[in-house]
Ligand binder design. Structure first.
Ligand SMILES: [Zn+2]
Length: 376
């Protein structure tokens, strides 16, 4: 395959981006099962919060995966492992998530009658009991050895620590509260749960995630009848279905909003790609040139351009090799640049690697690097 074919593909790609414009996106959903590993979360008489959270998180994820092919589901954990709070938010940020849902189970010390579900967004706690929920959930950072450094001296049990949430601006508040209300409506109407409402409090995990985000408290593990319900298939099935129903509603609104705002955005992205394509050093200008690219994906099928795999990458190209379609980006004669871009791409595609082409043909990467260095 020659460089000219790459150029042609790039051109066709640009046209297609324009043509499919409005649908050329997907939705990234991050599902965060609270606690895990040596952090059990709240502990009931017969069960642990971490296990309930995970069951509901996986059931919710399965519903989305099974019914929404346009949604990419990312889990912060799928098994019983410990994940730090910052890592959870980082997973969501790296995935450029459109929505973050953290799933938890409530508990009140010395109380065996509290009932119902609540959904929380980031904000300032208005009451002591709201603050207590945030304190309990934030206290998981004490399981991290270096929490004092990592969370800049934040003491989850000290009310003074929560002053940081007073000064904070949350640009996603409206969307988060909107989604939280949808979840509560479903908990009440679909699952028949006691509706404890939408509340705000200073949750570290929500603060660190840069997208609309909510934290769900499914019910009270400290109340025997609730603990029983939360550990049945019926309970898990119904609660996960409620969150899923709310998610569908949220996504529908999101699509409406985005399809109105999209043409300008698509056009800007289109121009950006064109600029990148014309400015890239030597890309396609000379068949003799040695070109490096980041290869990030291989597929036996030609991929739909609207599946979101290409989102955010520049100079995306494709070549056929051994019956596979291989997808590349960031073409350049400068190996150092491509190598840097590989690290960026690897945040999304961890197996991304650098490939080299000469005269439009794949060449041995080690030889190519040697040649690049000898000419430097
Ligand atoms: Zn929790």
């Amino acid at each position: 395959m020659t460089i000219h074919v790459f150029k042609r593909f790039a051109f066709v790609f640009l046209l297609l981006v324009q043509a499919v414009g409005l649908c050329a996106k997907d939705f990234v959903l991050v599902i965060d099962a609270g606690h895990g590993g040596h952090d059990p979360g709240a502990v009931g008489a017969t069960s642990k919060e971490k296990d309930i959270n995970l069951r509901v998180a996986l059931a919710f994820g399965r519903l989305v995966e099974g019914n929404c092919p346009d949604v990419k589901v990312v889990y912060t954990r799928k098994t019983d492992v410990f994940v730090t709070l910052n890592r959870r938010a980082q997973i969501a940020n790296d995935a450029k998530a459109d929505l973050f849902v953290s799933i938890h189970t409530n508990s009140v010390a010395g109380n065996k009658t509290a009932k119902g579900a609540s959904t929380w967004t980031l904000g300032l706690a208005k009451t002591q009991s709201n603050l207590d929920v945030a304190k309990r959930e934030n206290s998981v950072i004490l399981y991290e050895d270096d929490y004092k450094q990592v969370y800049s001296g934040f003491n989850p049990y000290s009310s003074e620590s929560y002053i940081i949430f007073e000064l904070m601006q949350d640009q996603y508040m409206e969307q988060s509260v909107n989604f939280a209300s949808m979840i509560q409506r479903q908990f009440k109407n679909y699952s028949g749960r006691n509706d404890r409402g939408v509340h705000q409090a200073g949750f570290l995990v929500l603060k660190a995630s840069a997208m609309p985000s909510v934290l769900v408290e499914l019910g009270f593990i400290s109340t025997p009848s609730e603990e029983k319900y939360l550990n049945t298939d019926k309970g898990v099935g119904s609660l996960s279905r409620s969150i899923y129903n709310a998610f569908l509603q949220y996504k529908e609104e999101w699509e409406c909003k985005n399809s109105n705002a999209e043409p300008a955005k698509v056009e800007a992205a289109h121009q950006e790609r064109q600029m990148a394509a014309t400015q890239s050093p030597d890309a396609g200008s000379d068949d003799e040139a040695l070109i490096f690219k980041v290869q990030f994906l291989a597929s036996s099928k030609r991929l739909d351009l609207d599946d979101g795999s290409f989102k955010g990458f520049e100079q995306v190209g494709c070549y056929e090799d051994g019956g596979m379609y291989k997808y590349t980006c960031y073409d350049s004669a400068d190996y150092d640049y491509v190598s840097r871009m590989r690290r960026e791409v690897a945040k999304k595609y961890k197996d991304a690697f650098v490939v080299a082409f000469k005269d439009g043909k794949r060449m041995d990467i080690n030889k190519a690097i040697k040649e690049f260095k000898s000419k430097k």
